[in-house]
Design a protein around this ligand. Structure first.
Ligand code: F6R
Length: 242
């Protein structure tokens, strides 16, 4: 696990965007694993800038989002379908048909996980997976207790995660109680993982993910089992590392 402490989110975004831009130029069919939330936004902004200024052809790039809320209308502003479309597909100019988000439709949840796994397989697997980390150590919406070999499935959201994400909704009551997420095992299948974290409130989770034992209690600790990982932190998020 390579751990880089950088000046801040913008520097981290530039660093990852540079690698992704080169990857796309080398392999036009690059498959990106896409996180939502605040953390990856500087990557998407920096990559969009490079696509624009360098004229990088992204028409064959695919993307797979990590997760989606269950029971939210895909057109809802806070659905990850909408967020990924606005912040990634539109910003980078990707082909919408190549950008996938798991379905949070309650009526088809039984089969949605396996269907998503199959779609990832059919695209050749995720090459580059972008990850944030929850204050409780979650990756995707794999909350503490998620098995290391878990695949895409429905999961309950913890109270902490619902509170953390309440900032995006009118009130905590509007935050969904379940999500569908790529599993820890799904994430570990990607070719390269970038895990980013900024701010003091992530320091404890980061320290436990990087230095603690690999345990389902800190799902992000599973990255220790992956051979190609780059962790990018600001000084505050790195403050728990020795
Ligand atoms: C989002 C996701 C989550 C977030 C994490 C951090 O797709 O899977 O694991 O990465 O909750 O969220 P932010 O970046 O908003 O602090």
């Amino acid at each position: 696990t390579e751990v880089l402490v950088v000046a801040g989110p913008a520097a981290a975004g530039e660093y990852v965007a540079d690698i992704l831009a080169r990857a796309i130029q080398t392999d036009p069919e690059t498959v990106l694993g896409l996180a939502t939330g605040s953390t990856p936004l500087p990557i998407y902004a920096a990559l969009a800038e490079r696509v624009r200024t360098e004229g990088i052809d992204v028409s064959s790039v695919s993307g797979f989002a990590l997760d989606e809320y269950v029971g939210i209308d895909p057109a809802h502003e806070q659905s990850y379908h909408h967020v990924i479309d606005a912040e990634v597909t539109q910003t980078l100019g990707l082909n919408p048909e190549r950008v996938h988000v798991p379905s949070g439709n309650p009526d088809t949840l039984e089969s949605a996980g396996a269907a998503y796994e199959e779609a990832i397989r059919a695209a050749g697997g995720v090459g580059w997976q972008i990850l944030g980390i929850g204050a409780n150590g979650h990756i995707g919406f794999n909350e503490p207790g998620s098995p290391i070999d878990s695949l895409t499935r429905q999961v309950p959201l913890t109270e902490q995660t619902r509170q953390d994400n309440a900032r995006f909704f009118d009130s905590i009551d509007d935050v969904p109680r379940h999500a569908i997420t790529q599993g820890v095992g799904t994430i570990l299948r990607a070719g390269h993982l970038f895990l980013l974290a900024f701010g003091e409130h992530k320091a404890d989770a980061v320290a436990r993910a990087i230095n603690g034992p690999v345990s389902p209690e800190i799902p992000a600790s599973a990255i220790q089992q992956h051979p190609n990982v780059t962790v990018l932190l600001d000084a505050a998020a790195a403050s728990g590392l020795d």
